[in-house]
Design a protein around this ligand. Sequence first.
Ligand code: IPT
Length: 982
Amino acid sequence: MTGTRPWESPEITGWRRLRRNAVDRREGSVPLDGDWRFQLLPAPDAPLGEEWSSLVVPGPWTMQGTSDLPHYTNAQMPWPEIPPLSPAANPTGVHERDFDVPADWAGRRIVLQVGAAESVLIAEVNGRRIGIGKDSHLASEFDVTDTVRAGGRNTLRLTVVKWSDASHIEDQDQWWHGGITRSVLLYATDPLHLADVHITAGHDGSLRVDCQVRGPLPRGWYITGDLDGTALAQDTEFDRVNREDDRVSEFLGEARLSARVPDVRPWSAETPFLYGLTVRLHRADGSVADTSRHRIGFRTVRIRGRDLLVNGERVFIRGVNRHDFDPLTGRTVTEAQMRADLETMKRFGFNAVRAAHYPNDPALLDLADELGLYLVDEANIESHDHAHEIADDPRYLPAFLDRVSGMVLRDKNHPSVIIWSLGNESDYGANHDAAYGWVRRHDPTRPIQYEGAAKTDWFSTTVASDIVCPMYASMEEIVAHATSGKQTKPLILCEYSHAMGNSNGTLSDHWEAIESTPGLQGGFVWEFWDHGILQRLSDGRPAGPGTTDGFTAGVAAPGYRWAYGGDFGDTPNDGVYCADGLVFPDRTPKPAMYEHREIAAPLRLTYDAGLLRVDNRQHFRDLSWLAGEWELSAEAAGTRTAPAELPHVPPGGHADIPFPRELLDGLPTDHGAVWLTLRLSTAVDEPWAPAGTEVCTPQVLVPEGRPARGTGATPVRRIPTSGPGTSAGVVLDAEGRLVSPLLTAPPVLSLWRAPTDNDLLGGVAEHWHRLGLDDLVREHVSTDRHEDRVTVRCVYRTAGGVVEHQQAVSRLPDGGLLIEETAVLPEGVTDVARVGTVFETVGGPERMEWFGQGPWETYPDRRAGGPVGHHRARITELFTPYLRPQESGGRSGVHALSLLSDTGGGLSVRLDAPRQVSVTHHRAADLAAAAHHDELVPRRGCVVHIDAMHRGLGTASCGPDTLPRYRSGPGTYHWSWLLRAV
Ligand code: IPT
């Protein structure tokens, strides 16, 4: 090793590092986490200084007040050096601590385990170099038996070099950090110990356990196993070799145990049944030399034709991509945090996680086994910026093999892992083929996927991917593939529905296509986390571990902000592209989570010809874990509830159930349409949620008591017009704008919204800007007063032609105002953000009550998760604080709303048809001008938008834009609304 620079040698994947295996050594180990001595050097070969500071291990130094700060890039590398080179300025952290080795470990084999370090780890004990490790997301283990003093004091030094040849294959879309990010520990074993245990357990109850001891077993030593106390059989067939007096176990140190478990309860994401398996290595006298404990699940994964089967069933993959992330600690996450992540996913209907883009902490796999989530386990390989050259570069071949095999060797016994992934965004080359070959032989029980291999030819049967797993393919493309008659493999999107800012439009359209098209099986939303790092405004530093006053409910507290690329002076950077998750940096769910929850509902409710039908959409479970309550809502008649009895419905089955007529009793005969919701919650404690947790709220529309399906739009209704002789009293200013004591800014036409990330990156925001929609100038044309109404005409000149707008205002006998509007968009004004009215109220209203979709934010192409009903919220809660301020706070299908002050009084608006509405304290222009929330100054009054048309959200920041049916442009729009003081 002397003379080499391991940080610029891709051929070196480790030195004296032990082989990865599936024997869990956490129990009985000595933890070495805590405060360590620390020095940050400017380069790996810079001399050590005199001064030590202290640092918490595990935890990257980039989050702990050092001069080296987080840096965000997506595909591009943060520096120009080409593979395998790294920059001369290369922050290097020297971590040091003393530790004691228990005296009774004398004579045992002692191993140091470093959970993860990025990107090159150099370990020394008592001044002697003991090993080198690479792969920032797998543990490195070193045998230190001959280096440590048992019963005495020892010194451990871990030097971590930040940039290396390995950085070029760790070019994932996330913050760059440096340091030790997972726990460090020490454990001891018998010199002769279990080197590995490989478990294969099928849903038919078959169990095979292959055990390895490093080296031959001494005569008389043997291996036993039990499953929850029942002994496993020694596989004598396996143990017989030619020479009668030799057994395989003695010869190779290998043994095979097996069993057939009667009436086994198979493991699945819906039914995560686990069994306890213990393997023991015995000395000749029967005493136990080593033990390996496992929580195992019996399940089978297989591909049949173009279907991926779990336990023989074609399951839908409702997945999400997850990175290791925390706004205070960067990449270091505790088991409790991982549990909270997975519980949140389960509560919102996800059944699968792609470990994007590297193996997670072993604790996450245990949790996925326990809570029930299918995992795509992904190797830590992404060479994005130099993908093409690295994929075939033989210097990187050892790293590909080491990373892929290390993951498989470590994780092979987890039932949750149903698919291996060779990595992400690394083109396709010989290095992938080699890694695929290694996995295929080592674990024939699971499919292997790699997006890059399947990318160019979805029909190929020879490339290194058993699944076609595209990213961001359009619905048309995937449906066309599945209906081509030539599909050869399952199609599961490895990334889709990019959750950047106000996004995830058309998610329900995607799922309608997936569920109705054989050959399509689901996908993984990109992604779970918004990677906003909590930043102190006073000094621009990461707030860091232990900050307790930094945020509430998704919002950074005063004095802080959520930082994204560039906010730490990091250049080059990819800005806010790291904020593309379904949860805020503090794990508060964004509204899109409720959309997903409803799409993934275990039960579907439909109404037809007076009959209600429930479909059990689960693959393995009946409905007995759910408790239901009926809720009936009508605009004029409030909300009524009644307990719901759920029928017994087997997985995949359906049943008709009686309409809860009692909820209609006493309703006025002209009650109009009613919405019937089945609120479902957990009836019993689930591993991921206590009893009583809401699971979904399927809803049907019952129009005027006549049969109907779905929650589609209701017919446009006429707002009662004014009686004769009411025109007097409508006050307009010289420009024909409505003057009212309730309003500080009169109602005018709006065709624009503060661009969402999708609008900006997809290009439509630029289109609006070119048309001039972001800066409309109103030109008053005429005002006509007729008996009962005043009609104002005006025009707006845009680069696409003249937009005409007419408002007719009438005063009703009760003092209310009816505003009837018409807008005509010329041919050149295409694909607008909205067509509607905007006005501002006087200060005062603090809360809104509305009848329409809610309570969460909904948009025309993302409104499956907002049941129609009577909702209420504080105005400040209506606004969703997407990291970069943008259009937010909308509510779809609103029939009527009241803006009320806490002391009483306010105004109400009734609409001619269910409309898209938003009420916030922010003008669109204010939102568009701000880069972070701390720059926004809320207005005192409410900014109210009522839209006859509002463009869908789509996902164009990465992937398809919204569908044509959620866009609109030239033509005539009519809408009207009734404004009253209350
Ligand atoms: C794709 C990446 O795999 C993922 O890590 C993330 O960057 C995502 O896009 C966008 O946020 S790669 C992209 C070039 C399609």
